[in-house]
Design a protein around this ligand. Structure first.
Ligand SMILES: [Zn+2]
Length: 252
């Protein structure tokens, strides 16, 4: 009798585990091959990620080949200084990081948020402690409604929780539902997002005199982050840093 009870209990647990596997297939978030453990990435995909390590350009966060000293900036930052103060990225934008960002953005693979946020906390270890508030780059409310979540807000919330910094998802508001920046040149990207953001009246007192850390999934031309940093500074922010998961490294 006892044996039967044990057996049934064991079978029940197996069934529950099988059911859980059917509901939550444990596959790599990038290549979808089975992985052991609770989601995340397979070893091959981990190896494909190109982590950014110091030294980096203080303004754009792009890696330097040689040690340039604290606060050194790239030729690009001298020729085209960004509106934000400092940017940091966890990995370079490549096929693998693009897949990972898409998994979070379009395929509801929310289990990647924690690993991505941890990598971002490491990459932003020199800028996060100086932030008073963390804010995600916002989606327009129509896009938020159709996608149901803002991937930048998920990352910002997780980073805030890990680092113990306040996160305000509505510090910056997107006024226009801009077209996707994909396929646009740098000048077109700037025009596409011009005037697309604002700091809502109700949030001005949370920005005035504050140091803001702006969070997004990818930094490409920097047009969106520049526009957000501009509205934050005009609203009285004294300093705006940018922290992203994947950074497109421009030459120079
Ligand atoms: Zn994989």
């Amino acid at each position: 009798m006892q044996d039967a009870v044990t057996h049934i209990a064991r079978a029940g647990r197996r069934f529950a585990a099988d059911m859980l596997d059917m509901v939550l297939p444990v596959t790599c978030s990038v290549c979808e091959r089975p992985v052991s453990g609770a989601g995340g990435l397979c070893e091959a995909c981990w190896a494909e990620l190109e982590m950014i390590s110091q030294p980096v350009c203080d303004a754009y966060g792009t890696p330097f080949v040689f040690e340039e000293g604290d606060g050194a900036v790239s030729a690009r930052a001298i020729a085209d200084p960004p509106v934000w103060n400092r940017a940091r990225g966890a990995v370079l934008f490549n096929d693998c990081s693009q897949h990972l960002v898409h998994a979070l953005k379009y395929r509801d693979r929310h289990e990647v948020v924690r690993s991505m946020a941890r990598m971002m906390v490491h990459a932003g270890r020199d800028v996060i402690p100086e932030a008073d508030v963390i804010a995600p780059v916002p989606l327009h409310r129509w896009r938020l409604w159709s996608r149901r979540y803002n991937q930048a807000a998920l990352l910002a919330g997780e980073i805030g929780a890990i680092a113990g910094v306040d996160t305000m998802a509505d510090l910056v508001k997107r006024l226009r539902n801009t077209r996707s920046q994909v396929g646009l040149g740098e000048g077109q990207r700037s025009r596409n997002v011009k005037g697309a953001f604002s700091v809502p009246e109700t949030r001005v007192r949370d920005v005035l005199g504050q140091r803001v850390l702006l969070v997004d999934d990818v930094l490409t031309s920097g047009a969106t982050a520049n526009e957000c940093a501009g509205v934050l500074k005009r609203a009285g922010a004294v300093h705006v840093d940018v922290l992203v998961f994947a950074l497109v490294s421009h030459a120079g």
